[in-house]
Design a protein around this ligand. Structure first.
Ligand code: EPU
Length: 439
């Protein structure tokens, strides 16, 4: 299995170009199912999740071709049921339901299980489909939605934890081809929802208000092919910003939309990090003087993103004082905590709060990735730790960070990817002092 080896202690310096947004591109690719004409999407990040989505679209009958950073999708003849196992493996694949319902009035999708960060129910998606006229059943692990008459209506997307990003995307994609008007209330306001709406509008949809809590959709009878460039990945950008601050470096993030990062930049500034924004750039540098402890609570956009919680926690391990990190979106998104502790951090978990007693020098260790953003937190920890850090199970990182090692090496980091399997061309044994059981 691939692993990362990082020799920490080098401040990151230079410029890093931010890739297209993973969480924007997945529903946008699904939206290409809404038309039989070709759609062309640019600034596609080279990630395993994106390749997975390509396979899912193919399993539904679409033709999918990658050309460098662009992808062409033609969903001429599609069926409402895709490959059970591929769909089951990726949570994000749930967003094919909306377009299948919009175009074919039927979707059969393997029910996504929970994942390491929490239960991840889809009750709000289903409530929305029901409101649009859907009849829902469960058979042999498939969730089946049939909509004899897809009719616009008022859909309330609020749940116990607030709104739902992919739920809002799903209902929007079904409603664009419904008869009549739909109003989505308590819609997710994330920039990825707005980007999807922008693409749907290019396809001929009539949507107003995306990016706000109320979205108005007038159903149209048909959509056509369109071309679109996805927004930059605000979570990737935030990760590099935090890595720059943590390593006491100076990094310019290029190809970003600073407005999408307001809450993260606000908290970094509170922590005594300078963040200078340009039109499409952000320069991040530590101000003179020590970092200050900052307590954060994750919230739906425009609040502090849950997808940046783990990385911010790593930064707080470097601050003299106590910070409280509150996770309000996913119930078990603290899998990075025991790994950070293995590196010398002092963190106490109390329900949805992690109490970080910062100011300890982290020590290199062999740590395990558990999910995408927890892995990013461990990479940042490795960059600031003394000595060598080994990070295993990095397939999680490949889901969401394009060219991670290359980008970090350009910024000066000492980071390499090796494989622990002696038969691999990239074999390098994990030093015996760092070997740990993966059980
Ligand atoms: N929820 C429900 N019922 C539902 C749907 C969601 O109770 O029907 C709850 C969830 O359990 C959670 C909260 O609502 O507590 C928010 O979940 P949401 O539905 O918004 O998450 P998602 O749409 O499945 C997307 C991103 C996640 C990101 C969340 C929150 C994609 C592919 N995934 O997931 O990204 O954390 O929004 O912003 O867009 C990541 O990139 O690492 C990642 C996990």
């Amino acid at each position: 299995m691939d692993y990362l080896e990082i020799n920490g202690g080098i401040p990151l310096r230079g410029e890093v170009s931010i890739s297209g947004s993973k969480n924007a591109v997945l529903p946008i690719l699904a939206a290409a199912l809404l038309t039989d004409e070709e759609c062309v999407i640019h600034r596609i990040p080279n990630l395993s999740d994106v390749k997975f989505m390509g396979k899912i679209l193919e399993s539904l009958g679409a033709e999918v071709q990658f050309y460098g950073e662009s992808i062409h999708v033609r969903a001429k003849d599609i069926r409402p049921v895709g490959d059970y196992d591929i769909i089951r493996k990726m949570r994000g694949s749930i967003c094919i339901m909306g377009p299948l319902i919009g175009r074919l009035h039927e979707a059969r999708v393997s029910l996504p299980g929970g994942c390491v960060i929490g239960a991840r129910p889809i009750n709000l998606h289903l409530r929305g489909f029901e409101a649009l006229g859907g009849e829902i059943s469960l058979k042999e692990g498939y969730i089946i939605v049939k909509v004899p008459r897809l009719k616009g209506t008022n859909v309330f997307m609020g749940g116990r934890k607030g709104s739902t990003v992919l739920g809002t995307a799903n209902i929007m994609m079904a409603a664009v081809l419904a008869e009549g008007d739909t109003v989505i209330e308590y819609a997710a306001c994330e920039p990825e929802v707005k980007d999807l709406a922008d693409f749907l509008i290019k396809m001929g949809a009539d949507i107003h208000g995306a990016g706000s809590p109320t979205i108005y959709i007038k159903g149209v009878s048909k959509l056509h092919g369109a071309e679109h460039t996805v927004i930059p990945d605000r979570i990737e950008a935030a990760t590099y910003a935090i890595a720059a601050a943590a390593t006491q470096g100076e990094v310019t993030l290029a190809n970003v939309i600073p407005e999408h990062l307001q809450s993260v930049l606000y908290e970094l500034r509170q922590a005594n990090v300078e963040c200078l924004t340009g039109t499409n750039t952000i320069r991040v540098k530590r101000n003179p003087g020590p970092l200050r402890p900052v307590s954060i609570a994750t919230q739906p956009y425009p609040g502090f993103p849950t997808d940046v919680q783990a990385q911010f926690m790593t930064l707080m391990t470097q601050v003299n004082g106590i910070s409280i990190i509150t996770e309000r979106i996913f119930e078990s998104r603290f899998m990075h905590v025991p790994e950070l502790e293995r590196m010398g951090a002092k963190i106490e978990l109390e329900g949805i709060n992690a109490i970080v007693e910062g100011g300890r020098q982290l020590q290199g260790a062999h740590v395990m990735s558990s999910d995408l953003r927890a892995s990013a937190a461990l990479v940042i920890a490795g960059l600031i730790a003394e000595n060598r850090t080994i990070i295993s199970r990095i397939y999680h990182l490949d889901r969401g960070y394009e060219k991670l090692e290359q980008k970090l090496r350009i910024l000066g980091a000492d980071i390499g990817r090796w494989n622990s399997d002696p038969d691999s061309p990239n074999y390098r044994a994990i030093p015996s002092s760092l070997v740990i059981s993966e059980e």
